[in-house]
Structures are given as C-alpha cells and as structure tokens.
Design a protein around this ligand. Sequence first.
Ligand SMILES: *Cc1c(COP(=O)(O)O)cnc(C)c1O
Ligand code: SF4
Length: 343
Amino acid sequence: MITKPDSSRQPAVWQRELAASLISPAALLEALSLPADHPQLAPAIARGFPLKVPLAYRQRMTPGNVDDPLFRQVWPHALEAAPHPQARIDAVGDLAKARGGGIIHKYHGRALLITTGACAIHCRYCFRRHFPYGEQLASRRQWQDALAVLAADPSIHEVILSGGDPLSLADDKLAALIDGLNDIAHLRRLRIHTRQPIVLPSRVDEALLRWLARSRLATVIVVHVNHAQEIDASVAQALARLKGSGALLLNQAVLLRGINDQVEVQRRLSESLFAHGVLPYYLHLLDPVVGAMHFDVPLQEALKLMQALGAQLPGYLMPRLAREIPGQPGKTLYTPQGTPCLD
Ligand SMILES: *Cc1c(COP(=O)(O)O)cnc(C)c1O
Ligand code: SF4
C-alpha cells in the first residue's frame, strides 16, 4: 500500500538538517576559522554546482586546516577553472547508454537507475556534476517508465539505485519504487549507491529501516567514504543500523590527490570500514571530468600505492582499483602488475 504524503506531518529530522546545509563559501570558511583571503581559497565560479555541505559533515573537519581531507572534498578550488586537454563533460559515456525512464544499462545483468539529481553534499571530483539530470531522472511519473524498461528485460537481475543520491528522495517516493521492483519477478538484488549514511547519518532513521524491510530483494548498500576521518560516532551508528537490516555493506572511494593518496590513509580507511561492518569494494581512479583534474592520481602512481597497501592488509580489505572506460563490458580493474584483472 502506498501511503499518501501527509502535508500536516513534520519534516523528518534528516530533512530539516538537509535544508540547513551550508551553501555559503564565506560561512564555511568562518566556521572553520580559515582566512577569507587565503590564495588557495579563491572559490572558482562554481557554475551549476555550488558548494553544499551538511553540518554533520562539516563538524568532522578540523578548524584552521586548509588541507583537511574533508574540506578539500567540498571546497570549490580556484584550480577548477584551469583548462585540461583530457577533461570531458560526460566522462563515462553514460549518455550513450541511457534507455529511458532514468535507466542506464551498460553491464550485463545490472541496470542502474538514476533516481534523482539531488545529493546532500557536493563532492568537487564528482563526474555527475555535469550530468543533465533534468532529462534523465526517473522519479517523475511515479517510476512508470523505469519499471516498464526493467520488466521488459529478463536479463536484468539487479537494480542499482543511483543518482545523485537515491536517499535524497522522500520515503513515500522510495516506497512506491520498492513496491514496483518487488513485483518484477526476474529481479533478485537491490543495490543502493548512497553517500547519505556518511554525510547525513540522521537519514538512517526508523522510516528508512522500514523501507529496507519492505523489499523482497537481497540488498547491497554501497556507501562512499574516502577517508577514515569521515567516520565518527554518528556514522558508526548509522552503519550499524544498516547492517542490522541484513544488507551487505560495501564501500566505494575515489582516489584523490592530496586527500587519500597515501598508503597510511588507505590502510586506516580499510581498517576503519571493517571495524564498522563495511568491506572495501572499489577505489576509483578519477574520471577525467572538467573542473576536477587537480584531484587526479596517475595510474602508475596508483599502482605503486596498491602494491604497498597489499603488503599491509589482508586481501579482503583491499579495494579493487578500477576505472570506467566507455564501451567496456564492466569496470576495468588494475592489479599492481599493471595488467587488467580478468576474473
Ligand atoms: C559501476 C556501474 C555498474 C555496477 O558495476 P559493478 O561492477 O557491478 O559494481 C552498473 N552500471 C553502471 C552504468 C555502472 O556505472
Ligand atoms: S554524493 Fe556521490 S553523486 Fe553526489 S556529488 Fe558526491 S560523489 Fe557525486
């Protein structure tokens, strides 16, 4: 049963926190006691992708530290405006694979559903920063088009809710989607790619847990943590609740220059994820996207890092170094020997 949204109801705590996110560069600098006139801190003209950071995430930044790894993920640096010959707008070739209704079907058995363009945070390295969400997203028309595409293709066994961040959507919208997915017999797995349990841990509330319980599909939740400093007590609690729902928890991270390109930082990240019931899944090489090239770590350097990391961690705590290359049947994986890993 789909319950109608009740306009007399109070917004949930997470919705109020989301509405109160920091969007003013000056306010962020002030909150962190950083000088407004520091040369590294000239905010680029953040065209179409303004600064956005929830308080719960801002509070994990260290005041006075320009190099804070969380601050650097959200700050519109002057370098964003620097031209770069390899940078593209649609870095991963998604637009060519859009099947209508917000479905992107690139890999066998799995279809990705762009549920919304909205995120609780704006990560400066994000390849989706230029994505024309207005044309792709599926939540309009109560998911009808997306569900029709999925129902018509029995080769699809897994739906990946992506975005934006799918958990930006209100619970009643998510409920309607789950009910539709439950009815498609050939679907077995539900995957949710979300950063909200990390950047807005209050999102993992009772209503969300009820929503997860509503699905008949085996559930995998892929969160997104780039640095161990992102995991505080409130995130630990959110992850424990998600784990308690029976979902498998995985992490994807992006390899970012000056943020997590040190062996010790990656080692601590893997250890901390494991301590909170999450296994490392992917470590993505940066997609060559306009405005983000200053975060790029070249492949050869990334491979050296992986080799050193492999000497310190058990295999199950090693993320897979991956890149999305347009036209390939899956993500391309790289081993420290430099050859793509085929199995
Ligand atoms: C990354 C991605 C997937 C999922 O790939 P996995 O290797 O299964 O994690 C599916 N579809 C698209 C379009 C993707 O970009
Ligand atoms: S939360 Fe994910 S989709 Fe949203 S801006 Fe960050 S990296 Fe991009």
